[in-house]
Design a binder for this molecule. Structure first.
Ligand SMILES: [Ca+2]
Length: 323
């Protein structure tokens, strides 16, 4: 079905770090801390969801083992902004109208006043709220929502150096599927996760809501080389039916990125694209692991609820499309 995209990509794990996770929730304080990890464009190619037999996600797998894995969760719309708005405002985009990708420009004032976002709700109810990375889609952080928000763009950024291997369409920064040779610390996701680990190392007088938005595996599929090296070459392709787009309704066909599929086929690049996607998932997993380690080492290990989710899935040639 076309709506593969909707069926599995919203991956949510609820876990506490007490012995048996969710079953211990009744022992949590009335106002537990929340560690809310958003991952961008991650489908079910993870160990715990089993969507790709070679996916390596040991950190998310260990989190899943401690909590509840919602394997039949659905996102409201297969796109960053409407899906995130559904989750962050608690209302489906086909009811709220919050579809636009550049929220602040395109949402009307009344639209935003009608709804309270999740961080704003926590902040209004006595929590300290901390954020970094991609939580909303392109909505600038506001003091209404955040006690403190880390913006990596405020820091000097070292230029990325790419390995010769992998694939890239011309000089496109988006259609880049190459390993990076920079130290891990140079990457934005590392910096955003580091903000999270720093918050977890602080003493907090109030309960906290900590949101960390990890952007990979979103395009470009670039990640440190050590995560590409985890994977054989070639990687196993997904199951793709002949004429796979024929069961898609017209609106779905209009959204399918058939041109990308044709280009990757003519460049014999699909293997490189899929391998790079898997590398990016393992890179995201590494940063999730840093957050889990920091939480486990903190005084908040037993009074924090962890939520891990992805805004929607991704096609890697299925339905003759990317995404
Ligand atoms: Ca997304």
């Amino acid at each position: 079905m076309y709506f593969d995209k909707l069926h599995v990509p919203l991956i949510t794990i609820l876990a506490t770090f007490q012995a048996v996770g969710f079953l211990q929730a009744e022992k949590l304080p009335a106002r537990p801390n929340v560690l809310f990890i958003a991952i961008d464009d991650m489908n079910d190619w993870t160990g715990f969801l089993g969507g790709h037999p070679q996916a390596q996600t040991p950190q998310m797998d260990r989190l899943a083992k401690k909590g509840v894995n919602f394997a039949n969760a659905h996102c409201s719309a297969p796109g960053c902004s409407p899906s995130r708005n559904a989750l962050l405002y608690g209302v489906e985009p086909y009811k709220s109208g919050l579809y636009a990708f550049y929220d602040q420009d395109k949402f009307s004032k009344s639209q935003l006043e009608d709804y309270t976002s999740l961080p704003e709700f926590f902040k209004n109810n006595g929590y300290a709220t901390f954020g970094s990375g991609k939580i909303h889609h392109r909505r600038n952080p506001t003091p209404v929502e955040w006690t403190e928000f880390y913006d990596h763009k405020a820091e000097k950024r070292n230029p990325m150096i790419f390995d010769d291997s992998g694939y890239r369409q011309g000089k496109s920064s988006k259609m880049n599927f190459k390993p990076t040779l920079n130290p891990l610390e140079d990457h934005n996701d590392y910096k955003n996760a580091s903000f999270g680990t720093e918050i977890l190392s602080r003493e907090h007088a109030k309960p906290f809501f900590l949101a960390v938005g990890i952007v990979k595996p979103h395009l470009a599929f670039v990640a440190p080389k050590q995560f590409f090296d985890l994977y054989p070459d070639p990687v196993k392709p997904p199951r793709i039916r002949v004429k796979d787009h024929e069961d898609i309704p017209a609106v779905g066909r209009a959204m399918a990125k058939v041109k990308d599929d044709k280009r990757f086929k003519s460049d014999s690049a699909w293997n490189e694209v899929r391998r790079a996607y898997l590398a990016c998932i393992s890179w995201a997993d590494h940063n999730v692991g840093r957050l889990i380690d920091a939480l486990e080492a903190s005084p908040y290990a037993d009074n924090t609820v962890v939520v891990l989710w992805s805004d929607h899935g991704f096609h890697l040639g299925e339905k003759e499309s990317l995404p």
